[in-house]
Design a protein around this ligand. Structure first.
Ligand code: DUC
Ligand code: ZN
Length: 543
């Protein structure tokens, strides 16, 4: 008779959140060999069992940040795998998916992929997958290499750009990639902005000497995003293939996605915390500084608070599939970083800003989950916390957007993104929220503030400062933003990887494993529908 084995870990006394619901307090997680083995009440511990008391806090699956740029060749001042993955773990992410980018002159995708594997292997604190950016989708790549990418490498997603001179592809290439992706079950991620609109406006801005940081947001108007989004959707419709429009910031573009979804087209959308929190006024620099460069990303931050609201609405109403960070940082104070856009002093001692040469992108892996969690309510409780005018989405929707959906969309739905038996024991325990926000002694004055609060520590408002983050970037665009909670403990496959009240990051470099991914198991809408206006079977003449 086989001996019943002790659980390695029990997490008790918390409120487990899945994409479907918040389970009652008292439901416990049992873990064996890095996997969740059971969920139940009064689980039995043995001498070998580590028991963790969540103290009534919410427990969510490890975050899956499915769009991060780490240690890419074109980002020399960004994060390394070491710093980036450490930052990910400290922000509650147990999985990231980053990009190996084919260079335009490369006839094959393998050199980029091999060199990217070498950078990541043994250097990650969290589990990771890789997407491939296609910039030269020649016939060999499409016909011979993509099938191997899926079957041999476990890479089931590609990203393509409609803008940026060194990377952008035309509609013909997009069409051909989508046709191939459809046959192979690849998810196509698209950066949708109309390059010609941006290029022409940029030239005209420069002619009028309007190159200061703020003009970055003027050069990339909403219509550039919405036109390209509509075009990408049309190509997806005619080729009948699922796509994901990445990092959406323009409500006019989100409307195209929403319309397409209502026609049951397989169109996914992604947004990022900066498009939910920050406006383009952040791009303004003072006369003596270049601070606005810290908020330069593409698509840009939008102009109006109503634009932010529309993006929140898209989260609440189901239009968006995922929220990623698009962590793509550049150090500010570095000649190849954001300051690259500031000239040397001229004969009068003036320095001139030029947004055209500022690297695009913001850091955000570590702040993604706390920023979004801040706006959640608990639907299992009377009133649920609604009534606070900041609240926008439910806790299950938070889990769906940040963990469950990205796992399913990118072929990890069988092991990541959910707290259920058989899944990896990737677990985030937050701070309990019922306890007094500030203890009496803390309320008495700054001298009595405890050490955990000095580190911005839990149980109460946490003010984001760059000094508390683990990336190797010298700023965060969210400096000074207050959030109500933070991942307190994070387990990666059953091992404690982050302990905010203890040793900080407890995972070891190299604990993170490469994840071979399966095909997507998340579909919005339907496939196999007849594109508008075509005859039944018309597609078979050419597809
Ligand atoms: N925009 C991109 O297209 N990539 C990375 C960062 C950014 O802002
Ligand atoms: Zn990106």
């Amino acid at each position: 008779m086989s001996e019943k084995r002790d659980l390695d870990l029990i997490v008790r006394n918390g409120r487990i959140v899945t994409a479907a619901e918040v389970l009652p307090l008292g439901v416990e997680l049992g873990v064996i060999d890095g996997k969740i083995s059971c969920i139940g009440t009064n689980l039995t511990s043995g001498p070998q069992t580590q028991v963790v008391d969540a103290e009534g806090a919410y427990i969510t699956p490890g975050g899956v940040d499915s769009h991060v740029h780490i240690q890419q060749d074109n980002s020399p001042t960004g994060d390394t795998w070491e710093s980036g993955s450490k930052s990910a773990i400290a922000g509650g992410n147990t999985t990231v998916i980053a990009f190996a980018s084919q260079k335009r002159h490369e006839e094959s995708i393998w050199p980029a992929l091999e060199s990217y594997h070498k950078k990541a292997a043994g250097n990650s604190f969290c589990d990771y997958g890789i997407h491939v950016i296609l910039t030269n989708p020649n016939e060999k790549v499409l016909e011979e290499e993509l099938p191997l990418l899926v079957e041999r490498e476990g890479i089931t997603s590609v990203k393509i750009y409609m803008t940026y001179e060194p990377m952008k592809l035309g509609d013909g290439d997009l069409f051909n990639i989508m046709m191939r992706a459809r046959g192979l079950g690849i998810t196509t991620m698209i950066h949708a902005e109309n390059n010609d609109i941006i290029e022409q406006i940029t030239k005209r801005l420069a002619k009028q000497k309007n190159t200061g940081t703020f003009f970055h947001s003027v050069a990339r108007p909403q219509i550039a995003e919405s036109e390209a989004t509509y075009r990408a959707i049309s190509l997806a419709e005619v080729t009948d293939t699922p796509i994901l429009i990445v990092h959406m910031s323009a409500p006019t573009a989100v409307k195209h996605v929403n319309d397409a979804q209502r026609r049951l087209l397989p169109i996914h959308a992604e947004t990022c915390p900066h498009y939910l929190y920050l406006l383009s006024d952040r791009l303004r620099s003072g006369p003596e500084d270049f601070e606005g460069a810290k908020n330069i990303c593409a698509p840009p931050l939008r102009h109006d608070a109503r634009d932010l609201e529309e993006i929140w609405l898209g989260l609440a109403n189901g239009t968006f599939t995922v929220v990623s960070s698009d962590h793509a940082p550049a150090t500010f104070d570095h000649e190849c970083g954001k300051l690259k856009g500031l000239s040397a002093p001229d004969e009068h001692g003036h320095r001139h800003g030029d947004f055209r040469v500022v690297p695009n992108g913001l850091p955000g892996m570590e702040t993604r989950l706390p920023l979004l969690f801040d706006r959640t309510f608990d639907p299992s409780r009377p009133g649920g916390g609604f009534g606070d005018d900041k609240i926008r989405i439910s806790l299950p929707r938070f889990v769906e957007l940040t963990s469950t959906n990205p796992a399913k969309l990118y072929g990890l739905g069988h092991r990541k993104g959910s707290l259920a038996p058989g899944f990896d024991a990737d677990i985030v325990i937050w701070y309990p929220e019922e306890t007094p926000l500030v203890s009496q002694s803390e309320a008495d004055g700054p001298q009595s503030i405890s050490s955990s609060r000095q580190t911005g520590g839990g149980r109460g408002k946490i003010t984001i400062t760059n000094s508390m983050l683990h990336h190797r970037i010298d700023y965060t665009p969210f400096e000074g933003v207050q959030v109500r909670n933070w991942p307190r403990k994070v387990f990666l496959r059953g091992q404690l990887a982050w302990d905010r009240d203890g040793a900080g990051v407890t995972a070891k470099l190299g604990d993170g494993e490469y994840l071979k991914r399966e095909k997507s198991t998340l579909l919005t809408g339907q496939m196999g529908r007849q594109p508008t206006g075509m005859l039944a079977g018309e597609l078979s003449y050419w597809s």
